[in-house]
Design a protein around this ligand. Sequence first.
Ligand SMILES: Nc1ncnc2c1ncn2[C@@H]1O[C@H](COP(=O)(O)OP(=O)(O)OP(=O)(O)O)[C@@H](O)[C@H]1O
Length: 489
Amino acid sequence: MAEAGFEPVELLAALVAAASEAHTRRTWARRVVEVLARALPLVRLELGERAEGTDEVEVVSGAPDGGAIATTRRRLQEREIAALRSGRVDEAERRGPGGRSRLVVPLGGAPAAMFVALTLGPGGHLDPRFAATLGEVLFHLLRGQEVTQRVAELSRRAHVENRELREQARHGERERPLVVRSAAMQEVLRRIDAVAPFDTTVLLAGESGTGKELLAQRLHRLSARGHRPMVAINCGALPANLVESALFGHEAGAFTGATRRHLGVFERADRGTLFLDEVGELPLEVQVKLLRALQSQEFERVGGEERVRVDVRVIAATHRELEPMVAAGAFRRDLFFRLCVFPIRVPPLRERTGELPALTAALVADIAARLKLPAPPVPPAALVRLARHDWPGNVRELANVLEAAIILGRGATLALDAALAVDPTPAPAAAPVERLDAAIRRCITAALQACDGRIYGPGGAAQALGLKPGTLQSKMRKLGIDREPFVRE
Ligand SMILES: Nc1ncnc2c1ncn2[C@@H]1O[C@H](COP(=O)(O)OP(=O)(O)OP(=O)(O)O)[C@@H](O)[C@H]1O
């Protein structure tokens, strides 16, 4: 059965050759349009798929001569519904000058969920029986395209996951064991361990350097996703125009310089954990996109139309108080509630100075090993010196000071005085206005040092400060000052 102007068998062979290895529906549609347009006066091709349980259809459509392929959603037309129900080709002709015909070819038998609609220009005609055969071929090509797409997707995911896990393993070698001694941090750990097995979103709030990322790593490791990657992004480290692409990725050509498709952290963390560090720094316009992605676990890459579906567990961290930001309109209330499902406050180091001896010992051992130097001993006087400091940069600052002290003492001694002398953090005493609690801390630690950690009795710290021992102890509790490092046998 030959059609005017083309050889059906050749047409079908050309379709199979062109469309069998298309990776996406859009490429598939583009290739089918190109081949059909060589044989028929094709004006437009639509590939429709009925959205389950609705009278709506997702349409991928394209026209010949390099016309763009578009994806839309619309209501099904009466004739399309009838064709899908019967599984039979429907042909509608519009008469008059420039009259066109439109064939709706159901795919996959009756009732069908998919169709291809061909709009043909004047003189275009397709025998309905040939159109039905064409439908069968297109249906099988489409199934093939879906398999190709799935295989490509699985291979891409395996590749990404592999890379992330390798990266994580490299990072893990450097990951410090968490040192926790104080009651406050033990409570933090209890909360982390309790929420870990669930996919609940966790918000870690605490000053910079308090160990939020280390805690997020523990949370991830203890979760069912622990063997998959945890991908971290610092939302404050990128200019606003790049944050969106860092989160959701971009397609090639999305903006100047985007030469290749780039996967964002959402995709890289698929089936693992996404750690959104410094979430309070997110620009408002990105906050709304983040909220949508968190709600639906779906998003579009920048410059792309394809919806990407992921399965991520989110841990967010902030050194800023988000609630005042919400009140000031700098952080979206809805996003705040989305993130603040299970908040955990990580106390600053100055509220848990009791941990200093254990933390210092662990950090000195860890840093010395990394520097390939012997670990110097930590004399009690060094601990006293450390306990007097306010640690605005928390454990990170402590680690930095210890690293400098190990280097300056060449691994033999801990050259703390020299290290603290080069500490770029302005000492509270040098600041023009000192915070009241910092000043009180200084007085108390100085008295404890002078009294060898003794509180009661004559020559005790309470007497030296002119306070009742009970009052001193309550102030120490409030400021998290521990007397242990000052005690001398
Ligand atoms: N409890 C702890 N035990 C051992 N090391 C710790 C502890 N807390 C923090 N650290 C170390 O201190 C440094 C800072 O920790 P981390 O990066 O987790 O803090 P953060 O709160 O996420 O900081 P930021 O808000 O600036 O990102 C890291 O080197 C980490 O290994």
